[in-house]
Write a protein that binds this ligand. Structure first.
Ligand SMILES: Nc1ncnc2c1ncn2[C@@H]1O[C@H](COP(=O)(O)OP(=O)(O)OP(=O)(O)O)[C@@H](O)[C@H]1O
Ligand SMILES: [Mg+2]
Length: 358
């Protein structure tokens, strides 16, 4: 079914940033042991709270940042091993990045045509004649759902959604196999977000482009992404098919993220106490990025990956607390937050604010 060699494979990626000035030896660990695979024509969402390392991962893959360790394979080729200069143009033609702020990435002094023409020219995709280039420009505009006469416009004359479409067209001009989209819709009005998501979906379905879709919006991850990976403090803690992962989050951190999403189907279900308990369970999952408590006996070991559900399920979690639940096919946390809540006074859970209605 799927191509044997994935479009993108990240293995054991690590990255630290020095902090505290030029001569300081302190560093902040932004990524640690990240393994991630994106198949051909697959969209993988990367979610996690601010500062968890999502952009750093994308920037390392795009070679805007040099990882400390690990390997990045693009269609099976280790891009970090290739000579930088020789590899860079070939690399760019296979992988493109789309950023959060479409205004910032389009120089206001140029017309839209300039950005697309330049992209075509650099990568030799503009054809041999001016007529061919013109056709290609119009095709690109049509692909991203813009009128061809907008080629004459300046970025400030476009709406945010239109500008993001131009940024996507510019990436597409190169005919890449992989697009890394770092929160491409977060600065757009809600009303135009769905259009950009549908465009990304169309590019996957019709052109077989693989994508890493970084977002804070779990609903859009569910809508767009085949799989979703959850990052916490620079480590992936859970990954699975989006529908399964978001319906049955196994890691307390994923549960915490999911519980923050207002869900009309669960009207009135937003429960601050449950959220506080989840946060506590997150902190109790020792041995992983969540907690480095030296007094906890298991914190010396990093948690291993557990399969969630049956073997056909491509869903795993890394958490010491995870216990497969026999029979039902569901799962539980060894220290179920709900159980923790029922303990008597003195347990930190009892210090949580009480619900007004209770
Ligand atoms: N150039 C840098 N120098 C120093 N530290 C950095 C640098 N870039 C990122 N970091 C740190 O690395 C960590 C991960 O940052 P990153 O931007 O990847 O997070 P993120 O998940 O993309 O967050 P957000 O959702 O806010 O975009 C943070 O602690 C951040 O402060
Ligand atoms: Mg970011």
């Amino acid at each position: 079914m799927s191509h044997p060699i994935p479009a993108l494979e990240v293995r054991g990626l690590g990255k630290s940033f020095p902090i505290g000035g030029l001569f300081s030896r302190d560093s902040v660990r932004a990524l640690h042991g990240v393994d991630l695979t994106i198949g051909r024509g697959e969209i993988v969402a990367l979610v996690g709270e601010s500062g968890s390392g999502k952009s750093t991962l994308a920037r390392c893959v795009a070679r805007l940042e040099k990882p400390g360790e690990g390997a990045i394979l693009l269609a099976g080729v280790d891009v970090l091993k290739r000579d930088r200069f020789q590899a860079s143009r070939a690399f760019r033609s296979q992988l493109q990045m789309v950023f959060q702020d479409p205004f910032g990435s389009l120089n206001p002094a140029h017309r839209i045509e300039h950005f697309l023409r330049r992209s075509l020219a650099i990568h030799g995709k503009g054809g041999h004649t001016e007529t061919e280039t013109q056709t290609r420009l119009e095709e690109l505009m049509a692909t991203v759902g813009l009128q061809a006469d907008m080629l004459d416009s300046y970025p400030h004359e476009l709406s945010g959604g239109q500008r993001q479409r131009v940024a996507i067209a510019r990436a597409l001009a190169v005919e890449p196999q992989v697009i890394l989209a770092d929160e491409p819709t977060s600065m757009l009005d809600v009303s135009v977000r769905i259009g950009v998501l549908n465009l990304m979906r169309k590019l996957r379905d019709e052109k077989g482009i693989s994508m890493l879709y970084i977002t804070h919006d779990l609903a859009s991850a569910r809508y767009l992404a085949d799989r979703t990976a959850v990052m916490f403090a620079g480590e992936l803690v859970e990954e699975g098919e989006s529908l399964d992962l978001l319906a049955n989050p196994a890691h307390p951190y994923t549960q915490l993220l999911v519980s923050a999403v207002p869900d009309p189907a669960r009207a009135g279900s937003y429960d601050p106490i449950r959220r506080a308990q989840l946060r506590q369970a997150v902190m109790a999952s020792t041995g992983c990025a969540f907690d480095r408590d030296p007094d906890q006996p298991c914190s010396a070991d990093e948690p291993v990956r557990h399969q969630v559900g049956g073997p056909e399920n491509r869903h795993w979690v890394r958490c010491h607390l995870y216990r497969p639940r026999a029979g039902a096919g569901g799962h539980a946390l060894a220290a179920e937050p709900a159980a923790a809540a029922s303990t008597q006074a003195g347990h930190p859970a009892s210090n949580l604010p009480k619900k007004a209605s209770a």
